[in-house]
Design a protein around this ligand. Structure first.
Ligand code: HEC
Ligand code: HEC
Ligand code: HEC
Ligand code: HEC
Ligand code: HEC
Ligand code: HEC
Ligand code: HEC
Length: 278
């Protein structure tokens, strides 16, 4: 199964498709005249991953790979991760750095310098980019944003201070779509877009499709049954906290409502923390 990234291309998923073309900031007249063809110079170590070709010829509309990007000029021989990091050091800083970043920027960004212009394009769009290394799950129950390849709503592609490069603590992450009156969620009904999690955008239609759960004012109790805590201590294991992820998985499951596979059923889940009759 492949992630459907049509929503991303339409602008309702991650905001990665917007860029402009412009001239290089620094000139290089002589080098530009005999600039080497993209990817063929032995000094340029670019790894073109197979999906690139597929995407360039993809009939499915706009992909990131087709858009040219404004970028300061980099000499062709300097196109490598170490150079990238001199200007973008933040991509490798943070408590949790994605292993793919350690493998090299070129795994996801195709950089080429030609005619005095450096263009940086993604090697694949939306969820297809992640699917190059993370096989899409094919369980009976697939979470909407996972199925749509909107990985970057919940994850930072580079690094984060939250585990699994998540953009926030679990409850903040989930309540952005499933809670009401979240302070950092801005609904723009005129533009039909909702922004959340540090500027990620989803279409109003996607947002509305996410079922809302009712919690008390503090946002810590009230689901899945009246008065039930969604924060505090998880009784199953000492030192762990109760959160949406105590009872749900974020991507896919064999059973409805994204309950964990091993819970087998809703009552099986309750029994993990509540002995019978308790
Ligand atoms: C000389 C400094 C410099 C170097 C070297 C550099 N960048 Fe950039 N990069 C910038 C600036 C400035 C911007 C535009 C401002 C911004 O978005 O941060 C930018 C923007 C970007 C963007 C966003 C593009 C857009 O406008 O949508 C990407 C992706 C990127 N750089 C990747 C890379 C990669 C990959 C490398 C290594 C091949 C690299 N950069 C090397 C300075 C640099
Ligand atoms: C696993 C894939 C992946 C790798 C590896 C990767 N990037 Fe990115 N990068 C992305 C994606 C996807 C975006 C689009 C922004 C978004 O939606 O988060 C992006 C955006 C950017 C941007 C512009 C937007 C921003 O977040 O500032 C810069 C700059 C950038 N990357 C630099 C780098 C550099 C430098 C490296 C190597 C040290 C690197 N990236 C490695 C996937 C990757
Ligand atoms: C070039 C290959 C590659 C690409 C592309 C890639 N990843 Fe990864 N990713 C890895 C590797 C390698 C690991 C570490 C392997 C492991 O721990 O199982 C990893 C681990 C992760 C983890 C777990 C981190 C942790 O702390 O355990 C997350 C989350 C993740 N990737 C998300 C993404 C997302 C989202 C994308 C798309 C933007 C993506 N990856 C694209 C190679 C990649
Ligand atoms: C709704 C938010 C959300 C979306 C959308 C999402 N993830 Fe995740 N992902 C998470 C959370 C939360 C975790 C950590 C789960 C845990 O620790 O129990 C995670 C964990 C991971 C991991 C670590 C290994 C694992 O499976 O636990 C990888 C890899 C990963 N995600 C990749 C992806 C990719 C690729 C996509 C898009 C196709 C994606 N994620 C979409 C929230 C999300
Ligand atoms: C103690 C376990 C537990 C915790 C913690 C929990 N859930 Fe649930 N959740 C369930 C169960 C069981 C169901 C299925 C029964 C139901 O729909 O009420 C469910 C259903 C849902 C549904 C589907 C509702 C519908 O109308 O289809 C959503 C959305 C949801 N949970 C989100 C969350 C979020 C967000 C959090 C964290 C703030 C969370 N859950 C925490 C057990 C839990
Ligand atoms: C970007 C918005 C978004 C975020 C963030 C998000 N969800 Fe969802 N979620 C949806 C949408 C849309 C649906 C309805 C489509 C579907 O069934 O997947 C949904 C459905 C669900 C359901 C019901 C699934 C069913 O079988 O009926 C549960 C449970 C759920 N989400 C839990 C979570 C949890 C836990 C998190 C945090 C890890 C989370 N969601 C984060 C958009 C989101
Ligand atoms: C991950 C652990 C966990 C799971 C799974 C879980 N609970 Fe709980 N439940 C708790 C904790 C912790 C409390 C609070 C106990 C306390 O206050 O002493 C609680 C309290 C309750 C209460 C009392 C609420 C109140 O008003 O005080 C009920 C009823 C309840 N759970 C039912 C359920 C049902 C039904 C399920 C299955 C759908 C379930 N629980 C699944 C951890 C869990």
């Amino acid at each position: 199964m492949a992630f459907n990234n049509s929503t991303v291309a339409a602008g309702s998923g991650d905001s990665i498709a917007l860029s402009r073309q412009s001239k290089a900031v620094s000139g290089c007249m002589d080098r530009c005249e005999h600039g080497s063809p993209i990817g063929l110079s032995d000094k340029v170590t670019l790894v073109l991953l197979p999906p690139l070709a597929a995407l360039l010829f993809s009939p499915s509309g706009t992909t990131w790979a087709q858009v040219t990007t404004e970028h300061p000029f980099i000499e062709p021989q300097d196109i490598r991760s170490e150079t990238c990091l001199t200007c973008h050091p933040d991509k490798k800083e943070g408590k949790f750095v994605h292993s793919a970043v350690t493998l090299g920027c070129e795994r996801c960004h195709h950089a080429a310098s030609e005619n005095g212009t450096t263009t940086i394009t993604p090697v694949a769009a939306g969820g297809e980019l992640c699917a190059m290394c993370h096989k899409a799950k094919n369980d009976p129950v697939l979470h909407g944003p996972y199925k749509n390849g909107q990985c970057m709503i919940c994850h930072d592609a580079h690094m984060s201070n939250f585990r699994r490069q998540a953009r926030a603590e679990a409850n903040t992450l989930c309540l952005s779509c499933h809670g009401v009156n979240q302070p950092d969620v801005k609904i723009d009904e005129d533009a039909q877009v909702v922004s959340m999690l540090g500027g990620r955008t989803v279409s109003f239609a996607d947002y509305r499709q996410a079922p809302k759960i009712g919690l008390d004012r503090g946002g810590t109790r009230g689901h899945p049954v009246t008065g039930h805590p969604v924060a505090g201590k998880d009784p199953r294991q000492k030192g762990t906290t109760l959160s949406c992820l105590s009872c749900h998985v974020p991507h896919s499951s064999a059973i409805p409502k994204l309950l964990p596979h091993d819970a087998k059923s809703e009552t099986g889940l309750c029994a993990e923390c509540h002995k019978q009759g308790e």
